[in-house]
Each structure stands twice: as C-alpha cells, then as structure tokens.
Design a protein around this ligand. Structure first.
Ligand code: ZN
Length: 221
C-alpha cells in the first residue's frame, strides 16, 4: 500500500497549507519545522508570483501591449472629472470580484486623486496601493484606472499574477471581448500568461529529503 500513501501525500500538497509550521511540527521537531516553514514560504512566493527576481523587466513589453489594446478598443469609458473616477473605483471595490481578489492582500478601498496638470505627462497613473493618482489628460479613463486598481489589489509589478488579476478586472468591468483582446495583445508581445507549476514538498517529502542530505554529509565527513 505504499503508493496509496504517496497519492494522499501528494493530494495534501495541492491544498493550501494554512500553517505549514503546525503541519510540519506533527512529524518533526521545532527547529526542523521552522526550516520547513521557511522553505514553504519561499516556494509559495515563487508559485504565486511566477518569477524569481523582483525586477519588473517585462514592463515595456507590457506597456506596448496595452497601448495596442487601447488603440483597438473603442469603448473605454472616459471620466470627466475626479469624482467620476472615484465613483467608478468605489463600484469596483464594492464588487464580489474585488472582495475575492483582496481577501489576503491589497486594499479593500482605494482613494482616487488627480495629478496636477503638466505638459507631456510621463505616466497616466500611479498606484500606492491605498491611493491612485490619475493624470487628467491621459489617465482619466476606465482602463487606466483598472490597471492601477490591479496594482492596489496587491500586485506591485506587471508579472503573470498581476496580468491575471488585471484580465479578471477587465473581463468583469469592460466585458469578455475586451479581456480577450487584451490577452491576445499580451501574448503577441511575447509575455506569458501561465505560471509554471512549482511543486512544493509536503512536510514528509521534505523531511525524507532533509535526512538524505544529512546522511550524505556524514558520508563525506
Ligand atoms: Zn502598472
């Protein structure tokens, strides 16, 4: 019955572990359980973010994709003033989807402010998480706001996890056709939409591996 045990073990690792330390502590001592919890947190971060480095290296490619999307999509709602933008953000923040996206990260409510008028603004919007600033000449529209809101949902970069959240917001608030178009432009830019599966060892698998390494070190000595 060795295989059945392994399958159950694998099923466990597909579940999200609420407290990896506690789960590990059942079969190992405190010190090892701490080591396991650190291992779990590192792998989990990698899995969620789909990247190793913190560098936002795909930014310009992503911006190009967005520009093409914005040119092709004619139905983007324009805001006449900051009150309209705030009202729209409130609607997004009240939605079931936003509640789901911000369950473990991000901000439940976001304040929208207008940037002082400047000639040739470099950015359409900025997100500080709890606060979003929009440029009055090029940032007063639904798409720019959704782009910044996706950051405020807890994704302060433009990687795969961010793109997924943005697409869900676009799909919900601009429609599935808009989301399809944006997705195809992102793919055309050579950017990925899928996070490679990163397996995380269960406490048992980790412990077996850890003991193997200790044995090997003993042999080397
Ligand atoms: Zn951005």
């Amino acid at each position: 019955m060795r295989y059945r045990d392994t399958i159950q073990d694998l099923q466990l690792h597909q579940l999200k572990m609420d407290d990896p330390f506690k789960t590990a502590r059942k079969i190992m001592n405190d010190d090892l359980a701490v080591k396991y919890a650190i291992y779990y947190a590192k792998k989990n971060r990698l899995k969620n973010q789909g990247r190793v480095a913190y560098k936002d290296s795909t930014k310009s490619k992503f911006y190009d994709a967005e520009r093409r999307f914005e040119k092709k999509w004619p139905l983007t709602i324009k805001f006449n003033n900051i009150e309209e933008a705030q009202k729209y953000a409130k609607r997004v923040c009240k939605s079931k989807l936003w509640g789901e996206l911000t369950q473990t990260c991000g901000y439940k409510n976001v304040t929208i402010v207008a940037k002082k008028l400047v000639k040739d603004p470099a950015t359409a919007g900025t997100s500080w998480g709890y606060k979003i600033q929009l440029d009055q000449t090029c940032g007063f529209d639904q798409y720019v706001l959704l782009h910044e809101l996706a950051h405020s949902a807890g994704y302060m970069h433009h990687d795969v996890s961010y793109r997924k959240v943005l697409l869900r917001l676009v799909s919900r608030f601009m429609g599935t056709d808009a989301a399809k178009l944006l997705k195809s432009e992102i793919k055309k830019a050579g950017l990925k939409m899928i996070i490679k599966n990163i397996p995380i060892k269960t406490p048992l698998q980790w412990l077996i591996n850890y003991n193997k390494m200790i044995d090997m070190r003993k042999l080397i000595k």
